[in-house]
Design a binder for this molecule. Structure first.
Ligand code: GFB
Length: 421
């Protein structure tokens, strides 16, 4: 009996030594399940908030596949001064918890903030792969492929001679040291990267740069929606939107039939069960969209006419307007809609100070999501994310997948991306 006890003790000690050894090593063999491995990713600096949310889903589903083989954790890239966030100071970075419920994200795949990564691992990364398209362009034949190639676009990293071949680069306000640096031409989807990552056994942590280059494994499918549902907004933003809906729009979850379960994994909607608050919501995208999509973006006069028609059709008198338009344009729109109640979200300066442009945009999105009827802007990812939120809440699709027409009186309406479980 004593002998069995001794064997157990020796075996446990052996396991401990193995784990310590693995944790101290720069590289880990496959099967060293104990050790954490980290996937970091970044997106082209020019991309907006809502496209970045889409890239998260692509990468989250890559990590979903990776955790079947190893102990991977996704590192959430901080939010910097994005192109549209004109009030965010250059060089300041916000964590995901400012905008999202990180505990909810963790119910789908293991994630940590970048700051926690730095605390755990320091400012080192094993391998960085900066994604790019093929220099020769589209060859006319679709095949999933990737190849290590000379870099064809600007990146943040530089080689420092004499320092064991490492590369260095500013990433989210921190200088990161990268052991192996590669530019990777790729044509494919998130899981096209699986063999590359699985083969890179030397690196505990891997950074994928320009992650928007890869497509979704299955846009609009079951795994897309699961990751999407896990992206609940942070409580302080939900609470602000709830207060605003109650005070300004006579809207609350009980009357609107938009209550959600505490855990999104317990939620299965009955389509059409949500009623929504007694207002229509409009996402009226302006700024760069007027330049880039002129024919598809309505003038204020045309927008007002479409809003009036909808109010009459829905037998409502209140319109909530979410827009990036300058204040004067919003005032002009209000004048064009005289006779109706026109509501716009204006944050308290303290709230603005804390959560800035990103927080305000999310409050706008939440309020739009809870309306009886929503109409968005052509090809705007801001509008798409609202449509998804309404799918999650259980609205009838006819009240969701609508967009304002530009020059033409009638125009093609958005595709209906219905939720699937
Ligand atoms: O989110 P986003 O990628 O959507 O960029 P799009 C638009 C940004 O503008 C938002 C602000 O993240 C907000 O900061 N914004 C737009 C708004 N509409 C509103 C609004 O109604 N309320 C508030 N508070 N803020 C993308 C571009 O724009 O379109 C990409 O960012 C690319 O660069 C893509 O051009 C096609 O999809 O509308």
């Amino acid at each position: 009996m004593r002998k069995v006890g001794e064997i157990v003790v020796i075996f446990l000690a052996f396991l401990m030594v193995q784990n310590v050894k693995c944790e101290l090593k720069d590289s880990c063999e496959r099967g060293d399940q104990k050790i954490k491995r980290y996937l970091l990713y970044d997106v082209n600096p020019g991309e907006g908030f809502n496209l970045r949310r889409d890239v998260y889903i692509r990468i989250a589903n890559l990590v979903r596949k990776l955790i079947k083989v190893d102990n991977w954790v996704l590192v959430l890239p901080p939010w910097g001064n994005l192109y549209h966030w004109q009030n965010v100071q250059y060089g300041l970075y916000a964590p995901w918890k400012n905008f999202f419920d990180v505990a909810s994200l963790n119910k789908w795949i293991p994630v940590i903030e970048f700051d926690d990564y730095l605390k755990a691992e320091g400012s080192k990364v094993g391998s960085a792969y900066i994604l790019q398209h093929y220099a020769e362009g589209w060859t006319g034949r679709w095949e999933e492929k990737y190849d290590k190639k000379p870099c064809i676009q600007k990146h943040n990293f530089h080689h420092r001679v004499g320092l064991d071949g490492s590369w260095f680069g500013q990433t989210w306000g921190t200088e990161i040291q990268v052991q192996n640096f590669t530019c990777l031409s790729i044509q494919g989807q998130a899981s096209t990267l699986l063999p590359l990552i699985k083969q890179d056994l030397k690196s505990r942590s891997i950074l994928i740069g320009r992650a928007e280059t890869i497509l979704h494994d299955e846009y609009g499918g079951k795994w897309y929606w699961a990751a999407r549902q896990s992206m609940r907004f942070a409580n302080h933003l939900q609470e602000e939107a709830t207060r605003f809906r109650k005070n300004q729009l006579d809207s609350d979850d009980v009357h609107d039939k938009t209550e959600v379960k505490e855990d999104w994994r317990d939620t299965k909607i009955k389509r059409g069960a949500a009623v929504g608050g007694p207002y229509i919501s409009v996402h009226l995208r302006r700024k760069d969209f007027i330049r880039a999509r002129g024919d598809e973006v309505p003038t204020l006069k045309r927008a007002a006419q479409q809003i009036k028609n909808l109010l009459k059709k829905e037998n409502l008198t209140t319109a909530f307007i979410a827009t990036d338009a300058p204040t004067e344009d919003f005032q002009d729109l209000t004048t064009l809609l005289s006779g109706y109640k026109v509501v716009h979200y204006e944050p308290h300066p303290d709230f603005f100070q804390l959560w800035n442009d990103g927080g305000i945009a999310i409050v706008d999105q939440i309020v739009c999501s809870h309306a009886r009827y929503f109409i968005g802007s052509y090809e705007s990812t801001f509008s798409f994310r609202i449509q998804e939120e309404r799918e999650i809440l259980g609205f009838h699709e006819n009240t969701t997948f609508n967009r304002l027409c530009g020059k033409k009186a009638s125009c093609e309406q958005p595709a209906k991306w219905r939720i699937v479980y």
